[in-house]
Design a binder for this molecule. Sequence first.
Ligand code: NAD
Ligand code: TYD
Length: 347
Amino acid sequence: MKILITGGAGFIGSHVIRRFVQNYPNYHIYNLDALTYAGNLENLKDIENFPNYHFVKGNIVDEDFIITLFDENNFDGVIHLAAESHVDRSIEDPLAFVRTNIIGTVNLLNAAKKIWNDDFVGKRFYHVSTDEVYGSLGQEGLFTEETSYNPNSPYSASKASSDHFVRAYGETYKLPFVITNCSNNYGPFHFPEKLIPLFINNIIHNKPLPVYGDGKYTRDWLFVEDHARAIDLVFHKGANHQTYNVGGFNEWQNIDLVKLLCKVMDKKLDRKDGTSENLITYVRNRPGHDLRYAIDATKINKELGWEPSVTFEEGLELTVDWYLSNSDWLNHVTSGDYKEYYKKMYS
Ligand code: NAD
Ligand code: TYD
């Protein structure tokens, strides 16, 4: 089996690559990544010398390059994670999201369709997506696979569009696909511009914790290794032309999550209880900020037996421990361009 995994140097992709390289020594895993600000080969240091791991640097927006890569390799499966993934960046530069998330996805679909040449037996195009395509919930209800798409940010609009293209290739050309829509992930190797790693890094450096609006926005958090395990399961056992929602039934209002994180950090850093909470600063709200995301993960549980393996408290502690014992990683990714980004977004 030759599997192409896109975006493998990013946060979730690196966990998926590690899992596949280690668990399936008879598969050849190709990691295609453009190494944008979010991609970091340091995330894969422990497996980079495995004989079944191959790194290819390249951009999914480059149509000729993608066609050539598929021509040369005849992949059996594609697991597509490469994306521009940060809502705040999408508000600053929507076109970057159109290019990578929409055009990049269509380039991959075209290449798969061409190289598989209508002989789809044993082939699979797996598109990794987000619950944000469904838009925002009020105080009640959960996103199911039947919830209609209603994206509100340029990021979620670009992901929704890419989901539609994948489904359209399934209908029109019979391309065998599967899509998962997952809730917010957290864990090791998460780039520190997203809520949890940003706040861990700021607490370490005694910097303000910028909570958007009143902090009463709700997200449904899943430990990244549980997402990687769901991807493994759906890739191998999921039904073609299906969507599965992935989430941990684990909703937190941002402000409650931040307060819990502050407590854990105070304990781990041996600081007086309440020290980190004093860093909380309410800042201007994100434009179009979705109030609440929450996933109904009944389908993947009933059909494939998937469920989260850790509680949020356990996962958060594992995450904090990882960041505290990987300060080199954190220092590397927060040098250079990161400082410019931070100044622009938060000053
Ligand atoms: P990330 O930003 O950490 O990583 C994205 C990776 O894609 C990086 O390695 C980057 O270099 C690469 N990439 C970006 N543009 C590229 C291009 N044009 N060509 C090739 N590679 C490119 O993202 P993540 O958080 O790991 O998310 C991975 C996927 O999972 C995305 O599709 C995202 O929409 C989806 N997702 C993320 C979450 C979450 O909470 N992070 C939740 C649900 C779904
Ligand atoms: P984020 O990690 O950017 O994920 P997403 O927007 O994809 O859900 O943000 C998670 C939540 O935290 C979201 O409600 C926005 C909020 N947030 C802050 O309050 N302050 C911040 O500095 C960031 C980055 C996010």
